[in-house]
Design a protein around this ligand. Structure first.
Ligand SMILES: NC(=O)N[C@@H](CC(=O)O)C(=O)O
Ligand SMILES: [Zn+2]
Ligand SMILES: [Zn+2]
Length: 436
């Protein structure tokens, strides 16, 4: 295995130092480290070193929709985005609702080798919201599932949700809820507000999300379990989670990069690239989620990378699929909205994109670790001074439904290391090392 000496990098944006990566771990830290004879030196001047990013919410589409993404293409995109671990959502075909399917996804992730793939298990059989899936068997499988979600659909039956919350306690699992009251969002196309009224598109009221978030924090309190709120998107949801945390309820929440930067105004062009679930909200909501992320009410940023093939997006708004890609732009959006606005430091970025998601997913033995001697060498090197124009056709994801095409974003992932092995160098994927 190659030994790497990273010269003059800034861990978490702090004082420059050298990092030696050998035998899969951070072997030494210090200025002017002696390079071992066989070491590959990387000039890290100007680069920020972060713990490898961890995504708690990725749609890899395999099995079933390999035309949109495969585990190999999606995880390659993840590595290019600076990730070393992703949690693969359960809304595949077949659904990830049995030990067999989650083990298959886990094995395919290992074979691809770009990042560690942690399958999310479905809460209910076939995401149908009725019968609990075999949560215990998935937890005990080789994939060691700890995160359970019917994402794409809401676990709307309060009795089913209560049972799921109770059940996952046995193995320290968490239910990640897609908070969407189904009756209040029947046929909904975009955020309900001034813009939906003007465009004549069916509205999706903020209360449809907030009602479920409120119900679920109370259920989590009642049964003494852990709850995670997926892609929180409204100012009201931030308020509810803030209240729940102040009461000591064990709730965590995520925001997506797109909800940190885009608003419902973008629907005016009727371009389905901006159609997503939950919908893009108002500028007031954007301000509230930024503030919630900065003050710790929202724990993490998760991509909700949702690739769709061209035919599912190149159509009229009402017929198009919900979702946007995000793995290759997430860090840049966080840099622009949170770091460059002075709301967060790079240490905060490491928290919301690495250590906190690793902890929520209970993979914090390997991922989201401090940059310290003896720790697994899961790292990403970022050049914050770089700028680039996003070209969806040039990305590693198989799908082109990025909402950022043509937009200039700051920051560039220069290198990613998974247990000391480079998956990305000079901003390019390292295929030969990855293939075994
Ligand atoms: N976010 C989306 O708009 N779509 C997701 C499902 C989801 O995250 O709810 C998808 O699977 O395409
Ligand atoms: Zn969802
Ligand atoms: Zn999702």
């Amino acid at each position: 295995m190659t030994t790497y000496l990273l010269r003059d990098v800034s861990p978490l944006g702090e004082a420059r130092t050298d990092l030696l990566l050998a035998d899969g771990v951070v072997a030494a830290i210090g200025t002017g480290l002696e390079a071992p004879a066989d070491a590959v030196e990387i000039d890290g001047a100007g680069l920020v070193a972060l713990p490898g990013l961890v995504d708690l919410h990725t749609h890899l589409r395999e099995p079933g929709r390999e035309d949109a993404e495969t585990i190999a293409t999606g995880t390659r995109a993840a590595a290019l985005g600076g990730f070393t671990a992703v949690h693969a959502m359960a809304n595949t075909t077949p659904t990830q609702d049995t030990a067999g399917v989650v083990e298959q996804v886990w094995h395919l992730g290992r074979r691809a080798g770009w990042v560690d793939v942690f399958p999310v298990g479905a809460v209910t059989v076939g995401l149908e919201g009725e019968r609990l899936a075999e949560l215990g068997a998935m937890a005990e499988s080789a994939a060691r599932v700890r995160v359970f979600s019917d994402d794409g659909k809401c676990v709307h039956d309060p009795v089913v949700m209560r049972r799921a919350l109770e059940y996952v306690k046995a193995f320290d699992g968490v239910v990640a809820q897609h908070a969407q009251e189904p009756r209040l969002t029947e046929g909904s196309q975009m955020h309900e507000g001034v813009v939906s009224a003007e465009l004549g598109l069916a509205g999706w009221p903020a209360v449809a999300e907030e009602a479920i978030v409120a119900r679920d924090v109370l259920l989590a309190e009642h049964v003494g379990s852990r709850l995670h709120v997926c892609h929180l998107s409204t100012a009201g949801s931030v308020e509810i989670v803030r209240w729940a945390k102040s009461r000591g309820i064990d709730v965590t929440a995520e925001v997506t990069p797109h909800h940190l930067i885009l608003t419902d105004e973008l629907a005016r062009g009727y371009d389905p690239l901006f159609k997503v679930n939950p919908p893009l909200r108002t500028q007031r909501d954007v301000e509230a989620v930024r503030e919630g992320l900065a003050d710790g009410t929202i724990d993490i940023v998760a991509t909700d990378h949702a690739p769709h093939p061209r035919e599912d997006k190149d159509c009229e708004w009402a017929a198009a699929a919900f979702g946007m890609t995000g793995l290759e732009t997430a860090l840049s959006v966080v840099q622009e909205t949170m770091v460059e606005t002075g709301r967060m430091t790079w240490a905060d970025v490491a928290r919301v994109l690495s250590s906190a998601p690793a902890r929520i997913g209970r993979v914090d033995g390997q991922h989201g670790r401090p940059i310290a001697v003896g720790e697994p060498a899961n790292l990403t090197l970022v050049d914050p001074a770089a700028r680039r124009v996003v070209r969806p056709q040039g990305q590693a994801t198989k799908s082109e439904n990025s909402p950022f095409g043509g937009r200039e974003l700051p920051g560039r992932v220069v290198a990613t290391f998974l247990r000391g092995r480079a998956t990305v160098l000079d901003g390019a994927p390292v295929d030969e090392e990855v293939q075994r």
